[in-house]
Structures are given as structure tokens and as C-alpha cells.
Write a protein that binds this ligand. Structure first.
Ligand code: ADP
Length: 475
């Protein structure tokens, strides 16, 4: 089986969030399990390995009235073939997204992927698209490309990583960029809320829709979480599957991590964590105290991540015997609020306002607890990373957080973390208090909790085989 994965980011080349981690690890695991895995990504200015990738070919793409250059570069890594789509007008600029012409940039990318298939003669059995940037491939395929002999019978799978980002554009772009007649908008195939909705198009046109955790697959069918797409998802619910993302333990592993001060295993975690904790406190300017409970937060600063709850309870939290280190960048209002509390509690809180992969690893390794009270969370990787590093997650029971963190049960001595149900600041604070009580008053129970967390298996092996089963059922 040949699977072509298409996405707008992927590690180790370029990353802005969890999508990149998935693209960096799922194809690799599927390749290990015998699937021919090909990944297509844009060739961004800031990508790593730019000097290693090899030029393959170029061709023109006709997008509305535009004739665009499309270069193709190639790289092989861990049994996966990567292709990079080159067009300097669209991708030679800093960062990944957030430009006024993002719809045009990714419309170009979508065409490029479909053209690449025939130019390189790599017709896949399954075309696996991820998030809105690649969503229109499904519509273009069904409305145009599938009529060409060469392209027939490719199965389409679309994965929703976050339904909050749908690609909602002006309806006239359907003709302008994609060359598709606007009756396909008026008949509702891609229309939502008076916009061309790219994610809706992919949900409508794909053979199968997946999302990144079983709980999120159920949540997005509801008005509360569906972000306006719940009706089309309900229509397609028999083709909707939730498969929990995994993490790549070749990379996310305290015993292999080159970014941390002291490597450790479950056997050496106590000593290892202590060294990492002291080094982290020093690095972020907190008093070096081996005994205080150190809570980490690594996140995009957006409403999704439960920052309203955190900010609401920050003063109360600072009244406890804790230190908090926050690494995050994003919405200005959250940055300012967190900088404010950090300023008033310099002996307890360190706010690191940036994106820093190395520091994120050192936080996962050096902290005792990891706080992630998300409003919604399709899957979430941070809690899985903290589990692997023996840093006990405190999460809200939503989406993948619910599917990956088993609530601590002090009577049976089971569970891997602490969780609460409602999006409520006091419930969060009570749960943090319970975690602190366990940490300070029952250290042997805490140690056992750390052992269970580190031994929890949340890698890609099982999840990749679920994808393979699903794809095979299509063929
Ligand atoms: P999302 O994809 O919604 O941002 P996930 O939990 O799925 O959330 O993935 C977030 C990933 O990005 C994790 O690997 C996390 O460590 C990383 N990350 C988030 N913010 C930062 C930051 N400021 N610096 C470094 N890494 C970050």
C-alpha cells in the first residue's frame, strides 16, 4: 500500500504545533509496518535540512489565470520519502502562516500535490490530507482529477487536527483559485456560514474522516465543540473515526534527549529529575529548591489552552507552596496577563515568552507536574510528553486529554495523572491542591505515580496499525 501524506508542516523540517509532530512520526511508523510512505510539504524559507534536500524537477501550475512555477525537492529519512514544493513567491518568507494570501498559497500547494502525483508517477492508493491547508485537494480530486485515467480510484482520507481552524474564505475564491464552478458553493458542498469552508469540503468529499482522539471524534458531533460543522459531521458520522495520536519515543524520551542536563530512565528518575529540576530553576531564574513542587506549562497562548482558568486562579496558586514555569507565545492579552503575575511573584513564577524547543524539553524533564486545563483539546501531545518524562499531568477531561491521562485513584493506586471534568477555575484549583497534597504528604505514592506515568505506552505503534487497518478496509 502506498500512502501519500499531505500537510503544511512536519518535523524535523518545520513545526508550529502538534500537527508537525504527527507528520514527523506517523508516516515513519507506518513505513516501519510495511507501508510505502510519502510526505509532501511546502518548501519554507525557515525549514531545517534546506541544504540537504535535492532538486528533482519543476513544472507549471495553472491556478485560475495564474501560471505558477512549481519546483520539487526530495529527501529520504527513516524509510519515508519527503517531497517539498517550491515556489519562492508563496513560501520564501519568514514563518509558516498568518499572511493575507494564505488561501492563495495553500491553493497553489493543493494543486501542486495533485500535479506532482502524475509528474513523478507516484499514484498513491490513499491520499491522506491534514487540516484546512490541504482540505481542498479532496474537492479538486473529486470534481476534476478523478476523471483522468491516471488518477482514478485514489482513496481520500482527511484528518481533522483542530476543528477551530477551518479555512473560511470568500466564496468567489472557489472559481478564482480552484477553477471550480460556483454552483458547487451554492449547492452546499463547501458552503458554511456564507463562506467557502475548506474543511467542510474535505468532510464532504473524503472517503473517510479521522480525528486525533476517540473522545474528540464524539465531541465534534455536538453543538458545543463542532464549531458549526457538527451537521455535516453528523451526516458523515459512520465514516468518522477517532484515532489517538502517539508520540515518537525515539525523540520524546528522557533517556535519549540531548537537550536536557541529565538523561534518566524510570529506574533513575528520582536522581535524574532532581538534577534537571535544579538546572531548570537556575536557567529560568527561580530559586533553586529541590523540594518545592515545580509546575510546568508549555503552550500556545490561546483561549483553547485554558489560560482563562489559569489566569483566574494564579493568585491563589501563588499562595501555595509551588513554583511555576511557563513557556508560551501567542495572544498578547495572555502574554501580558502572565507577564504581570510573573513580575509580582518573581520568586515563584517564571514567564518565558517565546518558542523554544530546547527549553520545552527541559521543562518536561525538570518539572514535577504539568498543567493543561484545555477548553478543548483534539489530542494534545504535551501531556503525553510529560507522562514519558515522569512529569505528572493535571488536565481537563476533554478530547485526547481524557483518552491519554488515567485519573489517579489513591485507593487502588492506579492512574497516571490528575483530571477534572468541568471548565471551571475552582475545579481546576481543587485538582491542583489534590496533586500538591499527594506530592507533599504521600511521596511514596507520588513515586509510584511517576513510575506508572513513565511506563504508559502512548507511542505510534498501536495508532499507526489502526490507520493501516482503516486504509486497508478502503482498498
Ligand atoms: P497544539 O498542537 O494545539 O499546539 P499539542 O499539545 O498537540 O498542542 O502540541 C504542542 C506542541 O508544541 C508540543 O510539542 C509542545 O511541547 C510544543 N510547544 C508549544 N508551545 C511551545 C513553545 N512556546 N516552545 C516550545 N515548544 C512549544
Amino acid at each position: 500500500m502506498r500512502v501519500l501524506f499531505v500537510a503544511s508542516e512536519g518535523t524535523p523540517f518545520i513545526k508550529s504545533g502538534g500537527l508537525a509532530d504527527v507528520i514527523g512520526s506517523l508516516p515513519k511508523e507506518m513505513a516501519k509496518q510495511g507501508v510505502e510512505s510519502i510526505v509532501v510539504l511546502p518548501k519554507y524559507q525557515d525549514m531545517k535540512f534546506a541544504d540537504k534536500i535535492e532538486y528533482v524537477t519543476n513544472f507549471d501550475i495553472f491556478m485560475g489565470w495564474r501560471k505558477c512555477y512549481c519546483g520539487v525537492f526530495k529527501y529520504e529519512l527513516d524509510g519515508v520519502t519527503y517531497y517539498f514544493i517550491d515556489n519562492e513567491q508563496y513560501f520564501k518568507r519568514p514563518g509558516l502562516y498568518g499572511y493575507d494570501d494564505d488561501y492563495e498559497r495553500f491553493a497553489f500547494f493543493d494543486f501542486a500535490v495533485l500535479e506532482l502525483i502524475s509528474h513523478l508517477n507516484i499514484r498513491p492508493d490513499v491520499l491522506h490530507m491534514h487540516d484546512w491547508q490541504t482540505a481542498m485537494i479532496a474537492m479538486l480530486y473529486r470534481e476534476r482529477y478523478c476523471y483522468y485515467d491516471y488518477y482514478q480510484n485514489i482513496k481520500l482520507v482527511f484528518t481533522i487536527h483542530n476543528i477551530a481552524f477551518q479555512g473560511k474564505a470568500d466564496p468567489h475564491l472557489l472559481e478564482e483559485f480552484f477553477g471550480l464552478d460556483n454552483y458547487l458553493y451554492y449547492n452546499g458542498n463547501c458552503r458554511n456560514d456564507d463562506c467557502l469552508n475548506m474543511m467542510k469540503a474535505a468532510i464532504f468529499y473524503s472517503d473517510i474522516i479521522t480525528t486525533v482522539s476517540p473522545t474528540y471524534a464524539k465531541e465534534i458531533l455536538t453543538d458545543e465543540y463542532g464549531e458549526g460543522l457538527q451537521s455535516i459531521l453528523q451526516m458523515r458520522q459512520h465514516d468518522l473515526y477517532g484515532i489517538l495520536n502517539g508520540v515518537d519515543y525515539d525523540v520524546i524520551n528522557p533517556n535519549k534527549d540531548p537537550m536536557i542536563v541529565k538523561k534518566y530512565t524510570p529506574r533513575t528518575v528520582k536522581k535524574g529529575k532532581l538534577e534537571n529540576k535544579l538546572a531548570l530553576q537556575k536557567e529560568v531564574g527561580l530559586p533553586e529548591d529541590p523540594d518545592v513542587a515545580l509546575i510546568g506549562i508549555v503552550t500556545r497562548l490561546t483561549r483553547q489552552k485554558g489560560l482563562d482558568l489559569i489566569i483566574n486562579q494564579f493568585e491563589a496558586l501563588c499562595g501555595r507552596r509551588v513554583q511555576v514555569v511557563i513557556l508560551g507565545a501567542g495572544d498578547r492579552v495572555y502574554e501580558d496577563a502572565l507577564k504581570g503575575v510573573a513580575y509580582y511573584h518573581q520568586d515563584k513564577v517564571s514567564m518565558q515568552c517565546k518558542y523554544d524547543f530546547g527549553l520545552s524539553c527541559r521543562i518536561y524533564a525538570g518539572c514535577d507536574m504539568f498543567l493543561m486545563p484545555s477548553l478543548f483539546e483534539p489530542c494534545g501531545l504535551s501531556q503525553m510528553m510529560s507522562l514519558k518524562y515522569g512529569t505528572i499531568p493535571i488536565v481537563r477531561e476533554t478530547g485526547g486529554l481524557k483518552d491519554s491521562v488515567i485519573p489517579y485513584n489513591e485507593f487502588e493506586q492506579t492512574g497516571t495523572g490528575f483530571s477534572f471534568t468541568n471548565y471551571n477555575a475552582h475545579e481546576m484549583m481543587d485538582t491542583i491542591d489534590y496533586a500538591l497534597h499527594t506530592f507533599y504528604d504521600y511521596p511514596e505514592n507520588w513515586d509510584r505515580l511517576v513510575q506508572r506515568a513513565m511506563k504508559e505506552k502512548l507511542d505510534w505503534e498501536v495508532s499507526a496499525s489502526r490507520y493501516i487497518e482503516l486504509f486497508s478496509s478502503l482498498l
